[in-house]
Design a protein around this ligand. Structure first.
Ligand SMILES: NC(=O)c1ccc[n+]([C@@H]2O[C@H](COP(=O)([O-])OP(=O)(O)OC[C@H]3O[C@@H](n4cnc5c(N)ncnc54)[C@H](OP(=O)(O)O)[C@@H]3O)[C@@H](O)[C@H]2O)c1
Length: 308
């Protein structure tokens, strides 16, 4: 298998590359940063410039699967300009891939797998979301994720096996959700966000990388939630961290009005509740490496590599 990955220099992309190379797959990747282009026998970087509509067509040579992860970080100050960039950085790369696919002659791409996010679901404290429970978007996140999914699905015209992974909070040692949670803990505080009753559907970094390759291997199409089978409330999560982490901390409760004052509209990323089901991917035979949060956290805290 030869995989082309966009957004490959980020958290999830790096994990997929490591796993793919371990399995002796070949990897091409696209980056906007020329300093990140490296070449080796099995892994080769290629340049694209999304703003100038440029893509190095050599990146498609011999590729069977495209994994699309490109996108501006969501947890940043939501100015009007940033909001535009968050949306366009998910739409324009797909347009450019389509342009590349159309102009590459000898193309044998069998599947296209694109990232998405569980933020597409409405915040709800009771529902247990399966993939078909989508309502009209109400907030900025739902709107961009809907547009992102629509654009991803438009690739079906060229690559019928197109799939979307709605990713939950990725747990990894040195980046993303755990890095943010860990920061106040360095000073002895764990932060309870609002009531702490909001559901957090998490996934271990090794599982998310594994699921992308599982979908690729089975040539699946459709939409899949990519979350571990046992989501937790934010309060329960803090408890699990306290049990597994060697750091001692006291819990400070930040009320919702204060979070809204601090973060404005993007406070929804902290207080919204998403209890999301992974039954669909499990039914297809995917076996999670990390079902339980304490197992996932224990594994991450014990890791001494700098990669995850
Ligand atoms: N991590 C999570 O918890 C999580 C949860 C749900 C969904 N997701 C989604 O899954 C995807 C991958 O997540 P991640 O955590 O690996 O993200 P990440 O670490 O932020 O990496 C994203 C990559 O996208 C590229 N990128 C950044 N800004 C861009 C822009 N303006 N235009 C085009 N490309 C841009 C960058 O690659 P280059 O600089 O090399 O071009 C970057 O390495 C993202 O789209 C993210 O929204 C992540």
């Amino acid at each position: 298998m030869k995989i082309l990955i966009t957004g490959a220099t980020g958290l999830i992309g790096k994990a997929i590359i490591r796993l793919a190379l371990n399995r002796n797959f070949k990897v091409n990747y696209l980056t906007r940063d020329k300093t990140k282009i490296k070449s080796s026998a099995n892994c080769n970087g290629f340049y694209w410039d999304i703003n100038k509509d440029y893509i190095d067509l050599k990146c498609f040579e011999g590729v069977n699967v495209i994994i699309n992860l490109a996108g501006e970080k969501i947890f940043q100050k939501w100015t009007n300009q940033a909001k535009k960039e968050i949306l366009f950085s998910r739409i324009k790369p797909i347009n450019l891939l389509i342009k590349g696919i159309k102009s590459s002659k000898k193309i044998g791409i069998k599947s296209f797998i694109s990232a998405s996010a569980i933020g597409i679901y409405q915040s709800n404290f009771e529902k247990y979301y399966s993939e078909d429970e989508i309502d009209d978007p109400r907030n900025f996140i739902q709107k961009i994720v809907c547009d992102w999914e629509k654009k991803s699905l438009s690739v079906r015209k060229y690559i019928p096996n197109t799939s979307i992974l709605r990713i939950g909070l990725v747990l990894s040692k040195n980046d993303g959700y755990m890095k943010e949670t860990d920061f106040p803990m360095k000073f002895g505080f764990g932060i309870q966000l609002g009531s702490g009753e909001q559901w957090q559907s998490w996934i271990h970094i090794d599982d998310i990388a594994n699921i992308f390759l599982f979908i690729a291997k089975l040539n699946l199409s459709g939409i899949y939630n990519a979350v571990a089978p046992k989501p937790l409330t934010q309060k329960e999560f803090l408890k699990k961290i306290r049990e597994t982490n060697s750091r001692k901390f006291i819990i400070i409760k930040l009320p919702i009005f204060f979070l809204r004052f601090l973060f404005g509209e993007r406070a929804c990323l902290l207080i919204d509740s998403h209890r999301v089901s992974s039954k669909k991917i499990i039914k297809l035979g995917y076996k999670f490496l990390y079902n339980e949060a304490d197992h996932a956290l224990n594994n991450l805290y014990k890791r001494n590599d700098n990669l995850t």
